[in-house]
Design a protein around this ligand. Structure first.
Ligand code: CMC
Length: 396
């Protein structure tokens, strides 16, 4: 194959240099811009973490206030986008609605498209920031509209009198214009979930963000493409798949049979395994704690017993130990979302909202990287060559 390296799934290929997120998969360490994820989950807020990821440092009070105001000022979505969302089937998957709506946003903001605007967006920080405010501001609104559409209720307008996460919960379930206030424990739990999902270096959707953005297309199109990658059950759709798996297992007694099918490779243990973590995913540890906080308020979800027993049995089985398969972030997140009342198909949407901060951090870093070149991997061609065209009438 000459000088080319054959590396299916990019197991050993580094395609960029980055200063955003550090992972030590053997020791279960995750840091955003050098800050341990455990500390950020405990002490920070999602918007502060989004700022940290995108701009490289924790904001001071003025920077945080301005950042929050800018994002909350961009939470309304265009009336025509609402019409577009209304045109989806009543049972459309909310992730499909999110991806399409985000992609449609590129048609609302042509200033972000270098081909149409005639300017290089990456040379104009104000222009880049504006797209960041819009994407982070409007994603929860799109997600809430997708949810409301799914349950057949009218859409709620956002409010800037609440925090980012509170406003999202408010749009999902507003009961009255003035009195609705989401429970602080649930708001905090969701905010922590948003923090731990915000970035994870070159996971499949972030690699997609960098791949698409390397063409210099507008960030709405790139975020839509990244959300498409995230939707898959091996990536962000795993949280939805875990829930469906736990429900199909049904009782603790069925776990050994299920694991037998996994070992025979007839089933996959969803929410287990990771390309980088070869020990316990630190996010799964944080999630276990969040689960307890949510259960204290709402009561224990019966699926939790199946999940903990499944984990216990799997982690004492040589099949999983030898392959270094541990619970990942998706193993417990779905149970929390379910307990909070989210429908199962909203789970990947709940992953996409915070991950957009990571995608945008990589977008900014990539466009400012002097080494940026269009992503263009090579292939090992194994097909036929030199065939002679046979007219239709002459083919067997
Ligand atoms: N269940 C059963 N066996 C597994 C699993 C699993 N979940 N994951 C990996 N294996 C086995 C795999 O069959 C292979 O076995 P063998 O050596 O006998 O062929 C071995 O472990 C190595 O796996 P791999 O396919 O080389 O691992 P990968 O790095 O290509 O895949 C993964 C990583 C996350 C796609 C995979 O572990 C998986 O499918 N997990 C379930 C889906 C999931 O939970 N995804 C969420 C990932 S974390 C959050 C995110 O990124 O969104």
């Amino acid at each position: 194959f000459g000088t080319m390296l054959y590396d299916p799934g990019y197991y050993n290929t580094a395609v960029c240099k980055s200063e955003i997120t550090y992972i030590d998969g053997d020791r279960g360490i995750l840091e955003y811009r050098g800050y341990p994820i455990e500390e950020l989950a405990e002490k920070s807020s999602f918007l502060e973490v989004a700022y940290l990821l995108i701009y490289g440092d924790l904001p001071n009070i003025n920077q945080l206030n301005l950042w929050t105001t800018k994002i909350m000022n961009h939470t309304f979505i265009h009336e025509n986008l609402i019409q577009l969302m209304k045109s989806f089937r009543y049972d459309a998957h909310p992730m499909g609605m999110l991806i399409s709506s985000m992609s449609a946003m590129s048609t609302f903001y042509p200033e972000a498209n270098p081909a149409l605007a005639g300017v290089d967006i990456y040379k104009n920080k104000l222009l880049m920031n504006k797209q960041i405010f819009r994407i982070l501001g409007k994603l929860p609104t799109i997600a809430a509209c997708a949810y409301r559409h799914r349950i057949g209720r009218p859409y709620n307008n956002p409010t800037d009198t609440l925090s980012y996460t509170e406003n999202f919960l408010y749009m999902l379930d507003r009961l009255s214009e003035t009195s609705y206030k989401p429970h602080p424990t649930l708001t905090r739990a969701l905010d922590k979930l948003f923090i731990i999902h915000a970035d994870h270096e070159l996971n499949c959707s972030t690699a997609t963000m960098r791949q698409i953005s390397s063409t210099l297309v507008d960030p709405y199109t790139a975020v839509a493409g990244s959300a498409g990658a995230l939707y898959g059950p091996l990536h962000g759709g795993a949280n939805e798949a875990v829930l469906r798996m736990l429900e199909s297992i049904g009782t603790k007694d069925n776990i050994p049979n299920f694991l037998q099918l996994v070992k025979q490779k007839k089933q996959r243990l969803m929410g287990f395994g990771h390309r980088v973590y070869k020990s316990y995913d630190p996010r799964a540890k944080i999630l276990k704690k969040v689960t307890e906080e949510v259960f204290e308020l709402l009561g224990k979800n019966p699926l939790m017993e199946i999940a903990t027993e499944l984990e216990r049995i799997a982690l004492s089985d040589s099949y999983f130990i030898d392959r270094q398969l541990y619970p990942n972030v998706d193993f417990y997140s779905g149970i929390i979302y379910k307990s909070m009342g989210f429908p199962t198909d909203m789970f990947p949407v709940l992953f996409s909202i915070p991950r957009a901060a990571g995608w945008l951090a990589h977008w900014v870093e990539e466009l400012q990287d002097p080494d940026l070149r269009i992503f263009r991997p090579r292939q090992i061609y194994l097909g036929k060559r030199g065939c002679k065209y046979v007219p239709l009438s002459g083919r067997p």
